[in-house]
Design a protein around this ligand. Structure first.
Ligand code: UD1
Ligand code: CA
Length: 459
């Protein structure tokens, strides 16, 4: 049995009070629509079709490349949206329909919904939840024997129907053929003047097809309609991700202050202190220790590396390398084994070789530093001439003095030294000392003569 999924994501989401479509708002590193796509795929859907409409281009761009989308030109209701999605769907035994805003639903719950649907031989199976306050939701109406007979929207419900606390989550499994024929008969004579997907339920019952139901945990059925609910959902998603990594052997000092993106991978015995944010395509090897206060994206952190109070983007940090406090590592940086980027240092598109150190107050850009070299405090690679970027090449065992400017393109040979305060504009030969600053001059007895002049002027 195969199943495909349709995610309904064409609506605006008025209650967000935002210019962005609701499904574009992010929770735990993914937009809501990205979560729904991911959940459907994780549940085992062969194909996932996303129905887009409001801000269609932006919503499509927020999905994994190659995702099948169907465009609903006018938001004519969930029934119309489902019909648009169905047109784009490849043949399958079961179709699961999901709203665009329920990121807490678990893939296992969807898989169980499909199993129940198949076992019941149902035309439709509805995922429901029981709510203390069902206001606003579609009520699940059942007959004397407990069988589902209809879903009635809040605005269309009679007073006794409004007392029903079991509500529709907007997650369903359908026989695709029966869904198509039922949708073709659904009109828009209702409170909202829209074609309701929920009307399909009564239609199927009328036609003699059984409708089944699965009752879910209300926490999973929580939709996101406001920023408040978005923040709650995001906290729960972060909590689930953190719990999974702790079970896999990661130490997290305070999970409420750590966020780990869905694409991030961590090895056992990684240690995370407070305020650590790991995003994008990041992987962290065993024994690495991150935080407090670290933001790392799209980077690789090797065994035993240590990073604290720093921002790291698009960087590879080698085994036992040390980063921080107060370091910015930017795209294309490679810190080799046991190297160091220390306090108030920025490094971009550069290689710092094994055992080499950039300990204090430096900017290193477009540079290659060999093994076991030391870059003195306050050194700048002047990589930009106002038009183009140039490279600085520093060999092995080099000692760059404090407060140097290395004007690229320039090369400092293996074992060379440079004097403090030098502006290095030409290549330095291996093992040489280059000093590029004015000679110190001394004026003996100056202080007394200056004082005498001051006394004369006063008199
Ligand atoms: C819907 C259900 C309701 C259920 C509730 C659960 C209907 C008629 N009602 O109501 O029974 O209790 O969800 O949250 O289905 N969408 C489109 N195109 C449209 C309209 C909506 O793609 O033309 C999408 C929205 O982007 C959203 C989803 O469908 O992701 C649900 O739409 P929404 O307007 O939130 O439905 P509710 O009124 O909440
Ligand atoms: Ca809703």
């Amino acid at each position: 049995m195969t199943f495909n999924a349709i995610v309904l994501a064409a609506g605006k989401g008025t209650r967000m009070n935002s210019s962005r479509a609701k499904v574009l708002h992010e929770a735990a590193g993914l937009p809501l629509v990205g979560w729904m796509h991911r959940i459907a795929a994780d549940a085992g859907a062969t194909q996932v079709v996303v129905v887009v409409g409001y801000q269609a281009d932006e919503v499509t761009a927020a999905l994994p490349a190659g995702t099948a989308t169907a465009t609903q030109d006018v938001q004519g209701g969930t029934g119309h949206a489902a019909a648009v999605g169905l047109d784009r769907l490849e043949p399958c035994d079961v179709v699961v329909v999901l709203p665009g805003d329920m990121p807490l639903i678990r893939p296992e719950t969807i898989a169980a919904l499909v199993d129940t649907h198949i076992a019941a031989g149902a035309g439709a199976t509805v995922l429901t939840v029981d709510l203390d306050d069902p206001t606003g939701y579609g009520r699940v109406v059942r007959d004397d024997r407990g069988a589902v007979v209809a879903i009635v929207e809040h605005g269309d419900a009679a007073p006794d129907q409004r007392k029903i606390t079991e509500v529709n989550t907007s997650v369903y499994a359908f026989d695709p053929r029966l869904l198509g024929s039922a949708l073709a008969t659904v009109g828009s004579h209702n409170a909202q003047g829209e074609r309701y997907l929920t009307d399909v339920i009564a239609r199927m019952v009328d036609d003699g097809h059984p409708v089944a139901r699965v009752v879910a945990d209300p926490a999973e059925g929580a939709g996101v309609n406001s920023h408040d609910q978005l923040a709650c959902a995001a906290a729960e998603l972060r909590r689930r991700i953190n719990t999974r990594w702790m079970e896999a052997g990661v130490f997290i000092e305070d999970p409420a202050r750590v966020s780990i993106g869905v694409e991030v991978t961590l090895a056992p015995d990684v240690r995370l202190w407070g305020d650590v944010h790991l995003a994008g395509d990041t992987s962290v090897a065993s024994g690495a220790e991150l935080g407090p206060s670290v933001h790392i994206s799209d980077s690789t952190i090797a065994e035993g590396a240590r990073v604290w109070y720093s921002v790291v983007r698009g960087t590879s940090i080698g085994r036992r390398a040390e980063v921080g406090p107060f370091v910015s590592l930017r795209h294309g940086t490679v810190l080799d084994e046991a190297s160091k980027a220390g306090t108030f240092v920025e490094i971009k598109a550069s290689v710092v070789g094994p055992g080499s150190k950039v300990p204090h107050l430096s900017y290193v850009g477009d540079a290659t530093i060999g093994a076991n070299s030391n870059i003195g405090a306050g050194t700048i690679t002047a990589n930009y001439d106002g038009y183009r970027k140039h490279r600085t090449v520093i060999g092995d065992g080099v000692r760059i003095g404090s407060d140097n400017v290395l004007v690229a393109p320039v090369e400092v040979g293996d074992g060379a030294w440079t004097g403090a305060g030098s502006v290095i504009t030409t290549d330095v030969a291996p093992d040489a000392l280059a000093v590029a600053r004015s000679q110190q001059r001394e004026v003996p007895g100056y202080a007394q003569r200056r004082q005498a002049r001051a006394d004369e002027e006063k008199a």
